[in-house]
Design a protein around this ligand. Structure first.
Ligand SMILES: *Cc1c(COP(=O)(O)O)cnc(C)c1O
Length: 426
């Protein structure tokens, strides 16, 4: 696509954008000063869909009007409310509806799923993570090792990028497993690396896990709602994701989990059980014995917080209307435009560490010019009402989200960098 560095070009792209109307479905933050906000932080917290308030209010009303009968009474009884997320989650992850479930929060789900899929033996107990793993994932893996009586210093194996690079190469994971595969119990890896925005070849990771006899768990925090996936076909053992980043379901909203069909209805797997993992048809017989629910729902424990699930349902409805394929097509152009603008205007001073051939909508920008302090540039952008995020030691992450950002946002971002840099020099 041929880009141009002008507001007219950006506005023309927006007029031709078939998804442009979705911007109106979201609440943008209030301006901090006199400029309009440029919100590029959907990788951290997605904007509030206007529909969220309506869905939450519906359940507040059901609670008010029906009290305990709300579990069974209204059109959408709470007893099966979590199931309203199944088709949306299945579409976004390329799974069967029976393989996905809305429950808990991300790190909790990683632990619950590791309780089933990290089953170390004396010989095979190590966990492979990537060396720049999100801290919560590293803490979770290390504590699982310790819980099972292993030393986390030797039990964690790290897939690292090469010297002087930030990109992860699948060949390096392959080499690591060729050397140590026999001692590895689990690969716990991201779908999209949160710092660089690199999309990991998840199919290749799953194949390597299978080849070496390791379980595979994927953390899809930055992948869900961002890139297309085919979990059922790739067949990781499990996956988990949060819903407040690209899924726009609000701070701390209820997360999602995937368990591959091959493990559902398996008798020889261990799970931590609660009553919501009991078969729904007979759950309220309150029997002493446990009858497992079918599919990923078996991993549920508690009755879910309906008020925290309602925005997830609202948000998934919007995704289903927009369609992930159309969102991806827009994201390629939109992130491409932002990347092109930065390179065209500031190429000698600012660069991106996000691989152009393996990215979702995020760009991770670094300052190349030693005379510019990256942190002050970021602070200056905040003053100019640009919301991106700063990640230590030196990255500014920005994510033009195809659902609600537009080409004018990308253009305005470049304008404000120009402003920030000119004030920086004086
Ligand atoms: C955002 C994120 C988390 C956050 O975990 P919570 O349990 O939702 O607080 C964990 N892991 C990764 C990779 C993330 O990007």
């Amino acid at each position: 696509m041929k880009y141009a560095d002008s507001r007219e070009f950006a506005a023309a792209q927006d007029r031709a954008d078939p998804l442009a109307a979705f911007r109106e479905h979201f609440n943008f933050p209030l301006p901090r000063g006199k400029r309009s906000p440029v919100y590029l932080c959907g990788n951290s917290l997605g904007l509030q869909p206007k529909l969220a308030a309506q869905f939450v209010n519906d359940e507040l009303r059901n609670w008010k009007d029906f009290a305990v009968d709300g579990h069974f009474h209204p059109d959408q009884p709470w007893i099966s409310y979590h199931r309203r997320c199944a088709s949306g989650f299945a579409e976004l992850t390329g799974s069967l509806q029976s393989e996905v479930v809305a429950m808990n929060t991300l790190t909790v789900n990683l632990h619950l799923l590791m309780a089933s899929f990290y089953r170390p033996t004396k010989e095979r107990f190590k966990i492979v993570i990537e060396s720049q793993a999100f801290p919560s994932d590293r803490y979770a893996a290390a504590s699982q090792l310790r819980m099972h009586g292993h030393d986390d210093a030797t039990g964690l194996l790290e897939w690292a990028s090469r010297d002087g690079e930030t990109r992860l190469h699948i060949e390096d994971l392959e080499a690591l497993l060729d050397r140590h595969g026999d001692s590895v119990s689990l690969l716990l890896l991201p779908g999209v690396q949160y710092y660089t925005g690199q999309v990991i070849d998840m199919a290749a990771v799953c194949n390597l896990g299978r080849k070496h006899g390791c379980a595979v768990g994927l953390d899809l925090a930055h992948a869900i709602g961002n890139v297309e996936m085919a979990l059922h076909d790739w067949a990781p053992d499990f996956a988990a994701w949060c819903t407040y980043k690209y899924l726009n379901a609000g701070p701390g909203a209820i997360a999602g989990a995937f368990v591959h069909e091959k493990h559902c209805d398996s008798d020889n797997l261990e799970q931590l059980h609660g009553w919501w993992g009991h078969d729904e048809a007979t759950r309220f017989k309150m029997a002493k014995s446990f009858t497992p629910a079918a599919g990923a729902e078996l991993w549920q424990m508690s009755n879910p917080p309906i008020l925290a699930l309602a925005p997830v349902v609202a948000s998934l409805q919007i995704f289903q209307e927009a369609g992930l394929a159309a969102l991806r097509a827009k994201a390629e152009k939109l992130t491409g435009y932002l990347d092109w603008l930065v390179a065209t205007r500031f190429g000698d001073r600012i660069g991106s560490i996000t691989p152009a051939d393996a990215r979702g909508c995020q760009l991770s920008l670094i300052v190349k010019d030693p005379s510019i302090d990256a942190r002050s540039l970021f602070d200056k952008l905040c003053e100019l009402d640009v919301t991106g995020d700063w990640r230590e030691p030196d990255v500014i992450r920005v994510a033009p989200v195809p659902l609600y950002n537009n080409f004018e946002d990308a253009f305005e971002f470049a304008e404000r960098i120009s402003l920030a840099l000119s004030s920086h020099r004086t």
